[in-house]
Design a protein around this ligand. Structure first.
Ligand SMILES: Cc1ncc(C[n+]2csc(CCOP(=O)(O)OP(=O)(O)O)c2C)c(N)n1
Length: 325
Protein backbone atom coordinates (compact mmCIF):
# COMPACT_ATOMS: atom_id res chain seq x y z
CA UNK A 1 0.00 0.00 0.00
CA UNK A 2 1.39 3.38 -0.99
CA UNK A 3 1.21 5.75 1.97
CA UNK A 4 -0.80 8.92 1.36
CA UNK A 5 -0.30 12.18 3.27
CA UNK A 6 -3.22 11.35 5.57
CA UNK A 7 -1.57 8.03 6.41
CA UNK A 8 1.70 9.76 7.27
CA UNK A 9 -0.13 12.24 9.47
CA UNK A 10 -2.00 9.39 11.22
CA UNK A 11 1.34 7.70 11.95
CA UNK A 12 2.91 10.90 13.27
CA UNK A 13 -0.11 11.67 15.46
CA UNK A 14 -0.13 8.11 16.80
CA UNK A 15 3.54 8.34 17.77
CA UNK A 16 2.88 11.64 19.56
CA UNK A 17 -0.14 10.15 21.40
CA UNK A 18 1.93 7.09 22.32
CA UNK A 19 4.68 9.28 23.83
CA UNK A 20 2.19 11.45 25.73
CA UNK A 21 0.37 8.41 27.08
CA UNK A 22 3.72 6.98 28.14
CA UNK A 23 4.53 10.21 29.96
CA UNK A 24 1.18 10.36 31.73
CA UNK A 25 1.47 6.70 32.74
CA UNK A 26 4.91 7.42 34.26
CA UNK A 27 3.50 10.44 36.08
CA UNK A 28 0.56 8.31 37.27
CA UNK A 29 2.96 5.71 38.63
CA UNK A 30 4.93 8.37 40.48
CA UNK A 31 1.71 9.83 41.94
CA UNK A 32 0.44 6.40 43.02
CA UNK A 33 -2.40 6.27 40.47
CA UNK A 34 -0.86 3.45 38.44
CA UNK A 35 -1.03 0.38 40.60
CA UNK A 36 1.82 -1.87 39.53
CA UNK A 37 4.80 -0.98 37.37
CA UNK A 38 5.51 0.37 33.93
CA UNK A 39 8.00 -0.34 31.14
CA UNK A 40 8.36 2.86 29.14
CA UNK A 41 8.32 2.67 25.34
CA UNK A 42 10.20 5.92 24.79
CA UNK A 43 12.50 5.21 21.88
CA UNK A 44 10.49 2.41 20.31
CA UNK A 45 7.42 4.32 19.09
CA UNK A 46 8.44 4.06 15.42
CA UNK A 47 8.50 0.28 15.71
CA UNK A 48 5.14 -0.01 17.47
CA UNK A 49 3.27 2.45 15.26
CA UNK A 50 5.07 1.50 12.04
CA UNK A 51 4.32 -2.18 12.60
CA UNK A 52 0.67 -1.97 13.67
CA UNK A 53 -0.69 0.83 11.45
CA UNK A 54 -3.09 -0.26 8.72
CA UNK A 55 -3.49 -3.83 9.87
CA UNK A 56 -6.96 -5.36 9.80
CA UNK A 57 -8.90 -5.12 13.09
CA UNK A 58 -9.16 -8.92 13.15
CA UNK A 59 -5.41 -9.43 12.73
CA UNK A 60 -4.05 -10.88 15.95
CA UNK A 61 -1.52 -8.88 17.92
CA UNK A 62 0.86 -9.91 20.67
CA UNK A 63 2.45 -6.52 21.30
CA UNK A 64 5.84 -6.03 22.86
CA UNK A 65 5.83 -5.17 26.60
CA UNK A 66 7.53 -1.78 26.03
CA UNK A 67 4.77 0.70 26.79
CA UNK A 68 2.67 -2.37 27.64
CA UNK A 69 1.81 -2.45 23.95
CA UNK A 70 0.18 0.97 23.80
CA UNK A 71 1.82 2.17 20.57
CA UNK A 72 0.65 -0.99 18.80
CA UNK A 73 -2.86 -0.77 20.28
CA UNK A 74 -3.33 2.90 19.35
CA UNK A 75 -2.06 2.25 15.83
CA UNK A 76 -4.51 -0.62 15.50
CA UNK A 77 -7.41 1.61 16.54
CA UNK A 78 -7.59 0.75 20.24
CA UNK A 79 -8.41 3.13 23.07
CA UNK A 80 -5.82 4.94 25.19
CA UNK A 81 -8.47 5.60 27.83
CA UNK A 82 -9.17 1.87 28.27
CA UNK A 83 -5.42 1.35 28.65
CA UNK A 84 -4.97 4.09 31.26
CA UNK A 85 -8.06 3.10 33.25
CA UNK A 86 -6.77 -0.46 33.35
CA UNK A 87 -3.43 0.75 34.68
CA UNK A 88 -5.23 2.85 37.31
CA UNK A 89 -7.05 -0.35 38.33
CA UNK A 90 -10.48 1.04 37.44
CA UNK A 91 -13.62 -0.81 36.36
CA UNK A 92 -13.68 1.24 33.12
CA UNK A 93 -10.39 -0.35 32.00
CA UNK A 94 -10.08 -2.72 29.07
CA UNK A 95 -9.98 -5.73 31.43
CA UNK A 96 -12.40 -4.18 33.95
CA UNK A 97 -9.48 -3.12 36.16
CA UNK A 98 -8.33 -6.56 37.22
CA UNK A 99 -5.43 -6.97 34.84
CA UNK A 100 -3.30 -3.82 34.61
CA UNK A 101 -0.07 -4.71 32.91
CA UNK A 102 -1.42 -7.79 31.17
CA UNK A 103 -3.45 -5.73 28.79
CA UNK A 104 -5.95 -7.25 26.36
CA UNK A 105 -8.16 -5.70 23.70
CA UNK A 106 -9.94 -8.55 21.89
CA UNK A 107 -11.87 -6.20 19.57
CA UNK A 108 -8.54 -5.11 18.16
CA UNK A 109 -7.06 -8.60 18.01
CA UNK A 110 -5.01 -8.32 21.22
CA UNK A 111 -6.32 -11.49 22.81
CA UNK A 112 -4.07 -11.30 25.86
CA UNK A 113 -0.51 -11.07 27.10
CA UNK A 114 1.64 -12.63 29.78
CA UNK A 115 4.53 -11.45 31.91
CA UNK A 116 6.66 -14.49 31.20
CA UNK A 117 9.22 -13.48 28.61
CA UNK A 118 9.13 -16.01 25.78
CA UNK A 119 5.45 -16.94 26.21
CA UNK A 120 4.77 -14.97 23.03
CA UNK A 121 6.23 -17.79 20.98
CA UNK A 122 3.90 -20.71 21.72
CA UNK A 123 0.89 -18.40 22.21
CA UNK A 124 1.34 -16.63 18.87
CA UNK A 125 2.01 -19.92 17.17
CA UNK A 126 -1.45 -21.00 18.32
CA UNK A 127 -3.02 -17.76 17.12
CA UNK A 128 -1.27 -18.22 13.76
CA UNK A 129 -2.59 -21.76 13.52
CA UNK A 130 -6.10 -20.56 14.36
CA UNK A 131 -5.80 -17.80 11.74
CA UNK A 132 -4.78 -20.31 9.10
CA UNK A 133 -7.67 -22.63 10.01
CA UNK A 134 -10.20 -19.76 9.91
CA UNK A 135 -9.24 -19.20 6.27
CA UNK A 136 -10.00 -15.47 6.46
CA UNK A 137 -6.46 -14.30 5.60
CA UNK A 138 -5.88 -12.97 9.12
CA UNK A 139 -2.29 -12.35 10.12
CA UNK A 140 -0.67 -12.68 13.57
CA UNK A 141 1.85 -10.05 14.63
CA UNK A 142 4.07 -11.48 17.37
CA UNK A 143 6.57 -9.20 19.15
CA UNK A 144 9.46 -9.99 21.46
CA UNK A 145 12.68 -8.38 22.65
CA UNK A 146 16.31 -9.25 22.18
CA UNK A 147 16.30 -10.77 25.67
CA UNK A 148 13.19 -12.78 24.84
CA UNK A 149 14.94 -14.21 21.81
CA UNK A 150 17.10 -16.26 24.17
CA UNK A 151 14.16 -18.40 25.32
CA UNK A 152 14.09 -21.93 23.91
CA UNK A 153 10.42 -21.50 23.02
CA UNK A 154 11.57 -19.31 20.10
CA UNK A 155 13.10 -22.30 18.37
CA UNK A 156 10.08 -24.56 18.70
CA UNK A 157 7.72 -21.84 17.50
CA UNK A 158 9.91 -20.60 14.65
CA UNK A 159 10.36 -24.16 13.45
CA UNK A 160 6.65 -25.07 13.48
CA UNK A 161 5.57 -21.74 12.02
CA UNK A 162 7.87 -22.43 9.09
CA UNK A 163 6.91 -26.09 8.64
CA UNK A 164 3.18 -25.27 8.82
CA UNK A 165 3.55 -22.05 6.77
CA UNK A 166 1.60 -20.04 9.34
CA UNK A 167 0.61 -16.40 8.69
CA UNK A 168 2.84 -14.97 11.41
CA UNK A 169 5.08 -11.90 11.34
CA UNK A 170 7.69 -12.32 14.08
CA UNK A 171 8.97 -8.91 15.18
CA UNK A 172 12.00 -8.39 17.40
CA UNK A 173 12.37 -5.07 19.24
CA UNK A 174 16.14 -5.21 19.59
CA UNK A 175 17.03 -2.32 21.87
CA UNK A 176 20.31 -4.00 22.77
CA UNK A 177 19.34 -4.45 26.43
CA UNK A 178 17.47 -7.04 28.48
CA UNK A 179 16.86 -5.25 31.78
CA UNK A 180 20.52 -4.74 32.85
CA UNK A 181 22.13 -7.19 30.41
CA UNK A 182 23.47 -6.02 27.07
CA UNK A 183 22.63 -8.37 24.22
CA UNK A 184 26.35 -8.76 23.51
CA UNK A 185 26.65 -10.64 26.85
CA UNK A 186 23.95 -13.09 25.83
CA UNK A 187 24.10 -13.66 22.08
CA UNK A 188 27.14 -14.37 19.93
CA UNK A 189 26.03 -12.97 16.56
CA UNK A 190 25.13 -9.45 15.44
CA UNK A 191 21.62 -10.12 14.16
CA UNK A 192 18.83 -12.03 15.89
CA UNK A 193 17.28 -12.31 12.41
CA UNK A 194 19.81 -15.08 11.74
CA UNK A 195 17.82 -17.33 14.10
CA UNK A 196 14.85 -17.11 11.70
CA UNK A 197 16.81 -17.82 8.55
CA UNK A 198 18.04 -20.98 10.31
CA UNK A 199 14.42 -22.20 10.11
CA UNK A 200 13.98 -21.05 6.51
CA UNK A 201 11.96 -18.00 7.59
CA UNK A 202 12.80 -14.93 5.50
CA UNK A 203 14.11 -12.21 7.78
CA UNK A 204 15.21 -8.60 7.45
CA UNK A 205 16.98 -6.17 9.76
CA UNK A 206 15.61 -2.61 9.76
CA UNK A 207 16.34 0.69 11.45
CA UNK A 208 13.71 0.63 14.18
CA UNK A 209 13.99 4.39 14.64
CA UNK A 210 12.67 4.95 11.09
CA UNK A 211 8.90 4.49 11.02
CA UNK A 212 8.70 4.21 7.24
CA UNK A 213 11.43 1.56 7.07
CA UNK A 214 9.61 -0.45 9.76
CA UNK A 215 6.23 -0.05 8.11
CA UNK A 216 7.42 -1.10 4.66
CA UNK A 217 9.19 -4.18 6.01
CA UNK A 218 6.22 -5.26 8.13
CA UNK A 219 3.69 -4.60 5.36
CA UNK A 220 5.69 -6.71 2.90
CA UNK A 221 5.72 -9.53 5.46
CA UNK A 222 1.99 -9.10 6.17
CA UNK A 223 1.14 -9.31 2.46
CA UNK A 224 3.12 -12.53 2.12
CA UNK A 225 1.44 -14.02 5.18
CA UNK A 226 -2.06 -13.08 3.87
CA UNK A 227 -1.20 -14.68 0.54
CA UNK A 228 -0.48 -17.98 2.32
CA UNK A 229 3.29 -17.75 1.89
CA UNK A 230 4.09 -18.33 5.56
CA UNK A 231 5.96 -16.49 8.30
CA UNK A 232 8.60 -13.77 8.11
CA UNK A 233 10.71 -12.05 10.71
CA UNK A 234 11.61 -8.40 11.10
CA UNK A 235 14.38 -7.38 13.48
CA UNK A 236 14.17 -3.67 14.33
CA UNK A 237 17.19 -2.07 15.96
CA UNK A 238 15.74 0.41 18.47
CA UNK A 239 16.87 2.40 21.51
CA UNK A 240 15.60 2.30 25.08
CA UNK A 241 15.61 5.89 26.32
CA UNK A 242 14.44 5.10 29.87
CA UNK A 243 15.37 2.56 32.53
CA UNK A 244 13.99 -0.97 32.08
CA UNK A 245 11.08 -0.42 34.45
CA UNK A 246 10.25 3.03 35.81
CA UNK A 247 12.01 3.51 39.14
CA UNK A 248 14.48 0.67 38.67
CA UNK A 249 18.20 1.51 38.35
CA UNK A 250 19.36 2.31 34.81
CA UNK A 251 22.58 0.34 34.92
CA UNK A 252 24.75 -1.89 32.74
CA UNK A 253 27.33 -4.05 34.52
CA UNK A 254 26.40 -2.14 37.70
CA UNK A 255 27.41 1.18 36.09
CA UNK A 256 24.75 3.83 35.40
CA UNK A 257 24.12 4.63 31.74
CA UNK A 258 25.51 8.14 31.30
CA UNK A 259 23.59 11.30 30.38
CA UNK A 260 25.84 11.63 27.32
CA UNK A 261 24.92 8.12 26.17
CA UNK A 262 21.20 8.83 26.52
CA UNK A 263 21.55 12.24 24.83
CA UNK A 264 23.30 10.55 21.90
CA UNK A 265 20.41 8.06 21.57
CA UNK A 266 17.85 10.85 21.72
CA UNK A 267 19.35 12.43 18.61
CA UNK A 268 17.59 9.54 16.84
CA UNK A 269 14.24 10.21 18.55
CA UNK A 270 11.78 8.81 15.97
CA UNK A 271 9.15 11.46 16.68
CA UNK A 272 11.55 14.33 16.13
CA UNK A 273 13.13 12.87 13.00
CA UNK A 274 9.75 12.00 11.42
CA UNK A 275 8.39 15.45 12.27
CA UNK A 276 11.40 17.06 10.54
CA UNK A 277 10.81 14.90 7.46
CA UNK A 278 7.09 15.74 7.26
CA UNK A 279 7.79 19.46 7.71
CA UNK A 280 10.45 19.36 5.00
CA UNK A 281 8.12 17.50 2.62
CA UNK A 282 5.33 19.99 3.31
CA UNK A 283 3.05 17.23 4.65
CA UNK A 284 2.76 19.16 7.93
CA UNK A 285 3.13 22.84 8.82
CA UNK A 286 4.48 24.12 12.13
CA UNK A 287 0.92 25.05 13.07
CA UNK A 288 -0.23 21.45 12.37
CA UNK A 289 2.55 20.13 14.61
CA UNK A 290 1.52 22.45 17.42
CA UNK A 291 -2.13 21.46 17.07
CA UNK A 292 -1.30 17.74 17.13
CA UNK A 293 0.73 18.31 20.28
CA UNK A 294 -1.96 20.38 22.00
CA UNK A 295 -4.73 17.94 21.00
CA UNK A 296 -2.74 15.03 22.40
CA UNK A 297 -2.14 16.87 25.67
CA UNK A 298 -5.83 17.74 25.98
CA UNK A 299 -6.75 14.12 25.26
CA UNK A 300 -4.38 12.92 28.02
CA UNK A 301 -5.76 15.39 30.56
CA UNK A 302 -9.32 14.28 29.76
CA UNK A 303 -8.35 10.62 30.03
CA UNK A 304 -6.58 11.14 33.34
CA UNK A 305 -9.63 12.87 34.83
CA UNK A 306 -11.96 10.16 33.52
CA UNK A 307 -9.77 7.44 35.04
CA UNK A 308 -9.42 9.24 38.38
CA UNK A 309 -13.22 9.63 38.53
CA UNK A 310 -13.90 5.99 37.58
CA UNK A 311 -14.85 3.41 40.21
CA UNK A 312 -12.62 0.54 41.28
CA UNK A 313 -14.02 -2.87 40.29
CA UNK A 314 -16.52 -4.57 42.57
CA UNK A 315 -14.63 -7.49 44.16
CA UNK A 316 -17.52 -9.82 43.25
CA UNK A 317 -16.37 -9.80 39.59
CA UNK A 318 -13.54 -12.10 40.63
CA UNK A 319 -16.16 -14.83 40.93
CA UNK A 320 -16.91 -14.59 37.24
CA UNK A 321 -13.65 -13.32 35.73
CA UNK A 322 -11.01 -15.26 37.60
CA UNK A 323 -12.66 -18.27 39.22
CA UNK A 324 -15.10 -20.64 37.54
CA UNK A 325 -17.09 -23.51 38.97
C1 LIG B 1 10.94 -15.85 31.88
C2 LIG B 1 11.16 -14.46 32.41
N1 LIG B 1 12.39 -14.12 32.86
C3 LIG B 1 12.58 -12.87 33.34
C4 LIG B 1 11.57 -11.96 33.39
C5 LIG B 1 11.81 -10.54 33.94
N2 LIG B 1 11.92 -9.63 32.80
C6 LIG B 1 10.88 -8.90 32.37
S1 LIG B 1 11.24 -7.98 31.03
C7 LIG B 1 12.83 -8.54 31.03
C8 LIG B 1 13.81 -8.07 30.00
C9 LIG B 1 13.45 -8.54 28.66
O1 LIG B 1 14.33 -7.99 27.73
P1 LIG B 1 13.94 -7.89 26.23
O2 LIG B 1 13.24 -9.11 25.79
O3 LIG B 1 15.18 -7.52 25.50
O4 LIG B 1 12.89 -6.71 26.17
P2 LIG B 1 13.07 -5.20 26.66
O5 LIG B 1 12.58 -5.17 28.08
O6 LIG B 1 14.50 -4.82 26.51
O7 LIG B 1 12.23 -4.40 25.76
C10 LIG B 1 13.07 -9.43 32.07
C11 LIG B 1 14.37 -10.08 32.34
C12 LIG B 1 10.30 -12.36 32.91
N3 LIG B 1 9.26 -11.53 32.91
N4 LIG B 1 10.12 -13.61 32.42
Amino acid sequence: MKLKNDDLIFMYKTMVRTRKLDEITIKGLQEGKVLAFYHSSQGSEALAVGAASFLRPDDYLWAHHRGHGIGYILAKGGSGRDFLAEHYGKATGSCLGVSGFHFADPENGALGAAGTIGSVFPMSLGWGLAAKKHGRQQVTIACFGDGGSNRGTLHEAFNLSSVWKLPIVWICDNNGMAQYTPITDAYAKDDIADLATGYDIPAVVVDGMDIIAVHEAVQAAVEKARAGEGPSMIEAKTKRFREHSIGSPDVVHNQPRTDEEIAEMKKLDPIITFKAKLLEQGVLTKADVEKINNDAEAEMAEMDQFCVDSQIPDPSILNTLVYAE
